[in-house]
Design a protein around this ligand. Structure first.
Ligand code: UT7
Length: 323
């Protein structure tokens, strides 16, 4: 199976943006809250600090809209040019969905807007979903946002999980084009692993804070992520050595290192910024992408593979050219 058919409209990546809350929580700060220390957190995860939402201003909708406005501006468009908004989030401000609030803040009055829930795979799944609307000729300009405020759902007394997560949002604008830059993708789910990572409904309008079997999720990621990257490269007719950049979900530096070793690629090609942001779930890939674009590291036509993985279990990868 190939993901690209030349007679169909193509997908181009024309802008990116990101936003994080101002408030920073360091490993030293966490050591005052739970029985942990900077050495354990940084050596086991690579995380040194994370940005944490502080009140209404840092809602999912506000962070998402900030990232989105940057992406729209970078794309040279206006909010009213956007046809479709997909907000990938698992931490909605409203269980009915947050995409409508983002649409309202942006003033993207022509757009249809909806949420997509796929945890830390949300940006990859959102990209594939967005691309289907473009490839079928239904929509021209699509805004894709990954945004999560997991700090709301963390048990701040559970040292196994509270050290991992940060809050933020990242966005890209995709546009219909005669050239197709989304060259391959692969998405997977395994519901047998559903109980490994959850924010479960408890009853009477309450949810249990995040629970995770860290070791099992780690093993799953190291085994499954390389497979899915290889599949998406295969669909694109490319090999891992063709890549300029690998942007994996920023969950743990050791997971990135394991995948880099497995492929034997230059570690400098594997984008990593989790030291500053922690695991921002659906936002981690687009925040990293935007940071590398803004720093002029990612250049037009660079070949990029992204890979997300997490609750569901779900995992997926996409290969595309930037710009
Ligand atoms: O975004 C979704 C995807 N999520 C992931 O990819 C997460 C994947 N998992 C991981 O990244 C790792 O499993 C963790 C970073 C969560 C944990 O690292 P680990 O090397 O698997 O540690 P562990 O859970 O095996 O714990 C080792 C020890 C335990 O002590 P004992 O039982 O050996 O005495 C823990 O109680 O470390 C202890 N520990 C801590 N110690 C200090 C657990 N958390 C902490 C902590 N500070 N924060």
């Amino acid at each position: 199976m190939t993901n690209t058919e030349s007679s169909l409209p193509g997908v181009r990546f024309i802008g990116s943006g990101s936003a994080v809350p101002d408030r920073v929580l360091t490993n030293q700060d966490l050591a005052q809250m739970v029985d942990t220390n900077d050495e354990w957190i940084s050596s086991r995860t690579g995380i040194r600090e994370r940005h944490i939402a502080d009140g209404e201003n840092d809602s999912v909708a506000n962070l998402a809209a900030k990232a989105a406005q940057q992406a729209i501006t970078a794309a040279g468009l206006q909010p009213e040019n956007i046809d479709l908004i997909i907000l990938s989030t698992s931490t909605s401000d409203d269980l009915f969905g947050t995409a409508g609030r983002v649409q309202k803040i942006l003033g993207a009055e022509r757009a249809v807007a909806f949420d997509l829930v796929a945890a830390c795979s949300g940006f990859v799944f959102g990209l594939v979903t967005a691309s289907q609307y473009i490839r079928t000729g239904v929509y021209k300009n699509v805004l894709l946002i990954g945004a999560d405020v997991l700090s709301r759902w963390v048990d701040w007394q559970d040292r196994r999980t509270c050290i991992l997560f940060g809050d933020g949002a990242g966005a890209v604008v995709l546009q219909s084009s005669s050239q197709n830059s989304l060259l391959g993708f692969e998405m997977r789910s395994d519901g047998k692993g559903n109980d490994l990572l959850n924010i479960n409904y408890l009853g009477r309008s309450t949810f249990h804070p995040i629970t995770m079997n860290g070791q099992e999720v780690y093993r799953f990621a190291v085994r499954r992520v390389p497979e899915v990257i290889e599949k998406s490269l295969h669909h694109a007719g490319l090999e891992v050595n063709d890549l300029d950049w690998l942007i994996m979900h920023q969950a743990n530096q050791r997971i990135i290192d394991a995948v880099v070793n497995r492929f034997g690629i230059d570690p400098a090609k594997a984008v990593s910024n989790m030291g500053k942001y922690g695991n921002t779930s659906a936002a981690s890939i687009p925040i990293a992408l935007n940071e590398w674009v803004k720093a002029d590291k990612i250049q037009k036509d660079n070949l990029i593979a992204i890979a997300g993985f997490g609750a569901g279990l779900s995992w997926g990868s996409a290969v595309f050219r930037w710009g």
